[in-house]
Design a protein around this ligand. Structure first.
Ligand SMILES: [Zn+2]
Length: 157
């Protein structure tokens, strides 16, 4: 058989049946060109096996999804737009507005105005935060007492 009739890739991957395998081995023993090809294939396979297995990036795996994915600035905005960031924006906005509207003649009055605006924004944010904590604590204790009632019922039985 000629060299072209041997599938060295299948041989190196162990995909040949035992008869074809034995035949290929007999040929390789007598053919330096095929031995060289087989050695090169094995080297490649060894190199591949040492590579870390990595998850295929989503962008490559689902090319069609890209159209529906948010753009980078939308994702960044969504990640940044937490309540704290929103509060910081309110405060920054208040500082800017008052900086431009404050009478330049009296720096002390301007600074007091800015402080008042900042305090107001901070107080509003704190009140909102407190409300949220109260709501969570309320929900938690309601659940806890419901669980206590359930447990008490089980103990009584
Ligand atoms: Zn050969």
């Amino acid at each position: 058989m000629s060299c072209e009739s041997y599938d060295w890739k299948a041989y190196a991957l162990g995909e040949l049946e035992s008869s074809a395998r034995a035949e290929a081995e007999v040929h390789a023993a007598a053919c330096p060109a095929c031995r060289e090809e087989l050695a090169a294939l094995r080297l490649t396979l060894d190199a591949l096996s040492t590579l870390r297995e990595e998850e295929i990036p989503r962008r490559i795996a689902f090319v069609s999804d890209q159209i529906f994915e948010p753009r980078w600035y939308q994702r960044a905005l969504r990640a940044l737009w937490t309540p704290n960031f929103a509060a910081a924006c309110v405060i920054a906005g208040a500082i800017l507005v008052h900086a431009f509207h404050a009478p330049a003649a009296d720096p002390a009055a301007a600074s007091a105005q800015i402080n008042a605006a900042v305090n107001k924004a901070v107080a509003a944010e704190e009140a909102r935060h407190e409300e949220e904590v109260d709501r969570l604590v309320g929900a938690f204790s309601a659940r806890e007492s419901a669980m206590y009632v359930k447990t008490a019922g089980l103990v009584r039985q």
